[in-house]
Design a protein around this ligand. Structure first.
Ligand code: WT7
Length: 632
């Protein structure tokens, strides 16, 4: 693989003030002690920071790799730790959630109020027949009820499967069907850029394809007329006004290894897979990483500007901040609505102290110039974060200089749906190099290896792997343990394969380069080539399709599609629009190809696999590489 040199001479050191307040003062010391005795260290953290109904017998069971288990035999519920225990102390009056609608509606919940709402909705779900272990699909915009629904499921031991509100009919259908949910929760619509996204209509269409749903609970947000199917559909507010909405329901006692949620993500081939996370290890991992990396203090106002429908939102909007008893801001709408300073306005008005977002959002807002952030008082900010894709140094410097006013270190956190929490990341005390996620989180064994699994030298590119288990690691792919083993653990025996390539510089700093598989990161969103291709061929005009990601200045990557048309169809600009809309309708607006080219053939191997790498090289005007397996 290619050698490259980073910008490793540009280093930003932490200020005296940052050093003085850091939760973790000495990275090397804690990293070394956690490497020496990972189970012992996590055992101590789990005991000190959380309440367990019963202690565990084995901290880490590694007798059956790669099916690792943590806190085995322990009894716990993540909601007990995220809500119940805070509602018993002075924190009951502390704000848990501060929500702002795109139309400036405001709602906030203290820990006491959130605890009550979650308990009442948990009791409704139970009355509607939801039991421990049942899967519940949640499909909503960014409103407090989305979080209430997730926590209510977890409280009664049901397994939530949140489908991002930007997904559409087929993506939703597939996820409902695979999870075999009988109950789903949605809203009439979601506000986005002043328009209504008709979530209930999309759900209705998905349910025509997935008849497993018997009960659909609908939150009223946008207020337009929606179809309510008698006997199946119920308004959330009606149910919450019935005596079945009991605030005094007990939290279910769970095994540490019981499933907490499924979250579908795109992999190398085929349909999205359901990543499974558990109550115990996930809880310990997400809370500890947030506390150490973002230095969370009692008086912080944390804003993770992601969507709860992705892992970033699950871990760092919903679970970790509540576990730490933090005040968290959520905003419903678009960053530039009604003006490009909406985010900076929110930071100022709510006094946000730590902001966590994605490079694509930073680049998007940077385009509008410095005047928009400069007209706001951003002095409450003390730390910034980035996630989702490599951040280019130019965006990093703008974020640091204009938003952080040179005062706020940027935590560039590398992790995945599968890892559940930060794995490569600075701590506030770490000297920073723009564009590098820096070092492994304490105790994490990262390596970069070649085709044979041997570590590569400094500055050489290779496969990014993880060599030891961690508490929040995925446990399996739901109902497909074989795929879990094959996809993550067979390429390099004993190592977890991330699917990313990276290099490490002379100082041990890790520079993540990007995916080496068929995953495309569009605006930080993870999409599989297979999902977009199957949407294209589900249209009668297309017999075969291949998609690739090509670099884009703001979005990181954009999708380019190549289609072979069915007989009777002619290439036209109109057909391009029809197909783009079709993908939007089936998968979601984020999956729409930016361009579609009609071709007579696609490069394939002799065994018939499409060589996307050849298409990509052609699109970028690069050398097509080894073509020896190309079909003649
Ligand atoms: C993929 C995982 C992590 C939560 C959101 C994304 C890319 C993520 C970084 C980063 C470079 C990054 C990787 C990874 N990625 N963070 N800081 N620097 N690349 O979770 O949707 O499961 O995507 O996102 O390619 O494998 P995800």
């Amino acid at each position: 693989m290619a050698q490259s040199n980073g910008m490793s001479d540009e280093v930003y050191y932490p200020s005296e003030q940052i050093l003085a307040q850091a939760n973790i003062a000495d990275y090397d010391a804690i990293h070394q002690s956690m490497l020496r005795d990972p189970a012992g260290c996590w055992d101590q953290i789990a005991r000190e920071e959380f309440e367990w109904f019963e202690p565990w017998k084995t901290t880490l069971d590694d007798s059956n790799p790669p099916f690792y288990q943590w806190f085995v035999g322990g009894k716990v519920n993540i909601v007990h730790n995220a809500l119940d225990r805070h509602a018993r102390t002075w924190r009951r009056n502390k704000l848990a959630l501060v929500w702002e609608g795109e139309n400036y509606d405001q709602r906030s919940y203290s820990y006491q109020q959130l605890h009550r709402e979650v308990s009442r909705f948990a009791s409704v779900l139970r009355a509607m027949g939801v039991r421990k272990g049942d899967r519940v699909t949640i499909y909503m915009g960014r409103i407090p009820e989305l979080i209430i629904a997730m926590l209510a499921c977890a409280k009664i031991g049901a397994v939530h499967s949140v489908v991002y509100g930007g997904f559409s009919v087929e993506a939703l259908h597939e996820r409902i069907e695979d999870s075999e949910s009988r109950v789903a929760i949605t809203s009439d619509g979601a506000w986005l850029r002043g328009n209504v996204v008709p979530l209930k209509d999309i759900m209705d269409e998905a349910l025509q394809r997935a008849p497993t749903i018997q009960t659909l609970i609908v939150v009223k947000r946008t207020g337009q007329d929606v179809h309510m199917e008698p006997g199946r559909d119920f308004w959330y507010h009606d149910l919450m006004n019935l005596p079945i909405a009991d605030a005094h329901i007990e939290t279910e006692v769970m095994d540490a290894e019981d499933p907490l949620f499924l979250l579908y993500t795109s992999g190398t081939t085929g349909k999205p897979k359901a990543i499974l996370h558990t109550h115990g290890g996930y809880m310990v991992g997400v809370a500890t990483t947030l506390k150490w990396v973002f230095d969370i203090k009692e008086e912080d106002t944390w804003w993770c500007a992601a969507d709860p429908g992705w892992i970033t939102g699950h871990s760092y909007i919903v679970y970790a901040p509540l576990l730490l008893g933090t005040t968290s801001v959520i905003y419903e709408g678009a960053p530039n609505h009604p003006f490009p300073d909406r985010w900076w306005d929110i930071v100022e008005r709510h006094g946000v102290t730590v902001l966590y977002t994605a490079p694509t959002a930073i680049r998007g807002l940077m385009r509008f110039g410095d005047a928009w952030p400069n007209r706001h008082d951003l002095s409450s900010l003390r730390l910034l974060g980035s996630v989702g894709e490599p951040i280019n140094p130019e965006a990093w410097r703008w974020y640091h200089r204009v938003i952080g006013q040179g005062r706020c270190p940027i935590m560039d956190t590398w992790w995945q749906t599968e890892t559940a929490h930060f794995m490569i990341t600075p701590l506030p005390v770490t000297p920073l190099k723009p564009g590098s996620a820096t070092k492994p989180f304490p105790g994490v064994q990262i390596d970069i290896v070649d085709e044979d699994g041997s570590p590569v030298g400094p500055n050489e590119e290779g496969y990014l792997v993880i060599k030891s288990p961690w508490p929040g690691m995925m446990r399996t792919i739901y109902r497909d343990a074989e795929r879990y083993v094959n996809q993550y653990w067979s390429r390099f025996p004993g190592m977890y394969m991330t699917g990313d390539s990276a290099r490490r510089d002379e100082d041990g700093y890790i520079w993540v380069i990007g995916r080496v598989d068929d995953v495309i990161k569009v605006s930080g969103y993870r999409l599989g080539t297979a999902e977009v291709e199957s949407a294209l061929v589900s249209h009668s005009a297309v017999v075969e399709a291949a998609v690739i990601g090509v670099p884009d200045e703001v979005r990181g990557n954009i999708i380019r599609a190549y289609c072979i048309l069915a007989t009777g169809y002619e290439p036209s600009a109109h057909l391009v629009e029809v197909l783009r809309d079709h993908v939007g309708h089936e998968v979601g607006p984020i999956a729409k190809p930016s361009s579609i080219e009609f071709v007579d053939s696609l490069p394939k191997t002799r065994s018939g696999k499409i060589m996307r790498r050849v298409l990509k090289a052609r699109a970028l005007g690069q050398d097509e590489g080894d073509l020896s397996t190309l079909e003649a």
